[in-house]
Structure formats: C-alpha cells, structure tokens
Design a protein around this ligand. Structure first.
Ligand code: PLP
Length: 387
C-alpha cells in the first residue's frame, strides 16, 4: 500500500483521524494541551457515564490495591499471576450478572477477540448484527467461522439467515444490548426465543449498558430478567464503571472452557491490581446508588427534549445521542464549529459507522450540569440551522 497516498485520500474524504492531547480537570471538563487560552471544553465524547473515573472511592480503592498487591501482576493468570483479587472481582461480577461464574479480560477488545475464537472454528457459523463493535468482528474473523451479518436489529432477517445458514456445527448469535454508535437497544427477549428455536449460543455485549440498566446496574439482561437465557454476558469496566478491563459471565463449565481456550486470556498479563480495586469500588457504588442512574437519565431526557423541541429527530432510549449528518466532511466541519463553542463532541465516521452515515455523537454523563446541557443543545440547534 502507498501509505502517503492513502493518508492523502483519507484527508480529502474527511476521514483522516488525529490524536488530540487533552488535560482532564477534576470536574470532567477538558483543556486542549496546547491551548494557551485554556478554554474549558465540555466533554461529550466520554463513556464515563456515571463520572466514576474521578470518584474518590475508586481512587482510594485503586491506591489500596496498588499498595496491597503491587503495580503489576507480573505474569498471566495461568502462570503465577492469578492473584486472589481477580477472584474477588469475578465473584462480584457473577453475582451482578446472575451467572454461575465470570472471567476477567485485559479489555473489552481482548475479551471479544478471545471469546469468539474459543467457541467457534471453521465448521461453525456466527450470526452478527451489522452494527456490532469492531472487536466483535475481529473476534469473528479470528475464529474462521462462517460470518453471517444480519440487518441491524432485524429479527426477520436474522430468522431467514438462521433457516438457510444455521448448518450442523456450533452456531453463535452475537449482539450488543445498547449499540455504541446508534444508542438503541436490541430485542433481547426475541433473540432468546430465536436462539432457543435454532439451537444457538447467545452472546450479549453490555459495554454501554453495564452500570446503567437493571435494578442493580447489571445491564439490560438484568433489567429484562434474561440472565439464565444468555449464554455469554460480556461487558467492560472501562465505560460506566470508570475503570479498565472487561468481563464475561457465564456457566461454570463455559468459564472453565474459556480459561483453557481463550488466547487473549491465556497469553496476556493479568490486569494491574489497582484497576481491579477501582472496579470493585465501582460495582459497590452502582449496586448501592441506583439514584445515579436516575440522575443520568433525567439529564438525557433534558438534552433530548430540547433537541426535539428544536425539531431535531433524536432517536434511542439511552445515554448515547447520535445526530445523523451524512457526509464525513460535514460532520467534521460541524464538530469543529462546536469545538469553537467549547463543546467536545466527536464526528464519528466510516469505518466506525457505515458509509454516508457520519454523525455527531453526544454521550451524556454525570459530569454535565443541567445548564451546560441546555446551552449545548441550543448551540447545536443553532449550528445545524446556520450550517
Ligand atoms: C468499547 C467497546 C468494547 C471494547 O471495550 P474496551 O474495554 O474499551 O476495550 C467492546 N464492545 C463494545 C460494544 C464497546 O462499545
């Protein structure tokens, strides 16, 4: 590949991406590292939905675990790195998810790249929602199973595919419970019926739902009472839980199987203990303080209601509020205009989303004060009107 030429093409199409060094303040606002005027940017691109990453309990627990167990695990779990702190967190996760057992991974990306190839091989098939996260697609590819993509949240299309392409091998259906770029929800009950009817495994990625949905913050699976029908409930600690790393919760035998087969688990150093301490503190908070979720969704309602009053068609029942733009270059231009008004919202472009569906994506978090949300919604409406 001619790399310079490729970069030039990306630039021209508005799809070239660049790193933006920032400093994060105690209240969750950002300053661009080189900005001499020190403008305060309101961060609408963060997944720190409950503002837990800066919570004193997480910081204190991290410090405690750091001092108790060291800066690094020193080895993979199957070598000498299997510190007791991982089992403490896995037990909590299994309880939270209503499953027999759980297993930690280095990150959500590593979890998806490890779990799917552990389960499936060449003779098998995976049914994957079109809008699934890149890490799920990468896991599917690594597995070498036949990949069947179905239209986003389209149960009829999925059933057609199941009828014609289920085959005789193992079959896995993979979905997200809350989709990261559209902010919508998958029809889990119906998916459970289909997976039972066609004898498939069902894996649900709760990256954007863990900590935010369900009576204990267990996710959409918990909210819908489906724990015992989902074979693999995966999620990350890096989003609403404000920490890092990931988990999968499943039956005891499934977890035993993954310990023996998931290469991204086997061949990678265990998480730093401090990270585990922070995750434990986060779980305690989400279980004990459901009011944080209510507060967040009140903010989401406020933001969306202003956009709707302004005539904007905002979809989605979640904290992720996508505003569809279309062309990448337009989305980039609008994001830059917002930036100048101290609003940091990213233009999400292909290949993260399908061609022609570039969007501005607003993540609402507890860092946002209500007057900031009102001001931001008004500014967005103004910019969209003027172009
Ligand atoms: C963010 C995300 C991941 C990756 O999780 P990390 O812990 O950030 O690696 C996986 N799946 C989905 C749906 C995500 O949104």
């Amino acid at each position: 590949m001619d790399r310079l030429n490729w970069i030039e093409k990306q630039r021209q199409s508005g799809n070239f991406r660049q790193l933006t060094p920032v400093k994060r303040m105690q209240d969750g606002t950002l300053q661009l590292a080189g900005d001499t005027e020190k403008a305060v940017l309101h961060d609408f691109s963060s997944n720190d939905y409950l503002a837990l990453s800066l919570h004193p309990d997480l910081i204190a627990a991290s410090r405690k675990y750091l001092e108790m167990a060291g800066a690094g695990a020193g080895a993979a779990r199957l070598m000498s790195g299997d510190l007791t702190v991982y089992h403490e967190l896995e037990k909590k996760i299994a309880e939270l998810k209503g499953q027999e057992a759980a297993l930690l991974f280095g990150s959500g990306y590593l979890a998806n790249c490890g779990i799917i190839p552990a389960l499936l091989g060449r003779q098998d098939v995976v049914f994957c929602d079109r809008l699934n996260h890149a890490s799920i697609y990468d896991g599917c590819r690594l597995s070498r199973a036949r990949l069947v993509r179905f239209h986003h949240n389209d149960l009829n299309h999925l059933e057609d595919m199941l009828k014609s392409r289920r085959g005789k091998g193992e079959a896995l259906i993979v979905v997200e419970s809350i989709y990261s770029m559209d902010g919508d929800r998958s029809p889990l009950k119906e998916l459970v019926s289909l997976k039972e009817k066609y004898g498939c495994l069902l894996m649900v990625d709760e990256a954007h739902a863990t900590g935010l949905f369900g009576p204990n913050g267990g996710g959409v699976i918990e909210e819908e009472g489906l724990s015992s029908h989902v074979d693999l409930a995966m999620g990350t600690f890096g989003k609403a839980l404000g920490s890092y790393g990931a988990y999968v919760a499943a039956s005891g035998s499934m977890i035993d199987f993954l310990v023996n087969r998931a290469r991204s688990f086997i061949y990678s150093t265990a998480l730093p203990p401090a990270v585990v301490g922070a995750s434990l503190a986060a779980i305690k908070i989400i279980q004990k303080q459901p009011e944080l979720r209510q507060k967040l969704f009140a903010k989401v309602d406020l933001f969306k209601s202003i956009l709707r009053q302004g005539g904007l068609d905002v979809l989605g029942p979640s904290q992720i509020v996508p505003v569809l733009i279309g062309e990448s270059s337009t989305a980039v231009y609008l994001a830059e205009k917002l930036r100048r008004k101290n609003i940091f919202a990213t233009a999400v472009r292909p290949p993260t989303v399908p061609e022609g569906t570039a969007r501005l994506r607003f993540s609402i978090t507890l860092h946002h004060k209500n007057d900031v949300l009102k001001q931001t919604a008004a500014t967005l409406l103004e910019i969209l009107e003027k172009g």
